[in-house]
Design a protein around this ligand. Sequence first.
Ligand SMILES: [Ca+2]
Length: 195
Amino acid sequence: MVYYQTEATVITIFWAMVLSLNHMSNSKIYLKLLIQYGANTLLYEKLGDICFSLRYVPTAGKLTVVILEAKNLKKMDVGGLSDPYVKIAIMQNGKRLKKKKTSIKKCTLNPYYNESFSFEVPFEQIQKICLVVTVVDYDRIGTSEPIGRCILGCMATGTELRHWSDMLASPRRPIAQWHTLKDPEETDEILKNMK
Ligand SMILES: [Ca+2]
């Protein structure tokens, strides 16, 4: 919601500047500002955030992912909202070992799931895998499109790495954290390079 309000503000400023250009003698400065606003709008295209918890039990070799909720997801359907579901995949050396998915939540940008998924991951394997969490917009006709993604594992960076490390440092305890979704095309590149 905050994002769309910001977007509306930027558009309002944009048009106010376009209209005022005719009356300005120093139009070059305004033109520069206008380009900056346009660039900022593109840079801040938000895909949304996802919250999930991770729990690892080393003795049982069990990884549990609870997909809790997502918020401010990108609007994918024309004249509508999105129909998001979450795909979870365990990957190793660029190969997908296991995959699971949540239910589809129709017509919402703020879905609530609270769905739990368990994977068998022996202790000697936990350092080698990565967990790929993708939010996808379901479409009845055509193919469902990914909205955004996050990749966790020992090779991850930033918030994703911290979440993974916190999970490993606190065995048997569920650790919940919010993550900002990343461009699926960018993350595809990262996954390709892991092979
Ligand atoms: Ca859809």
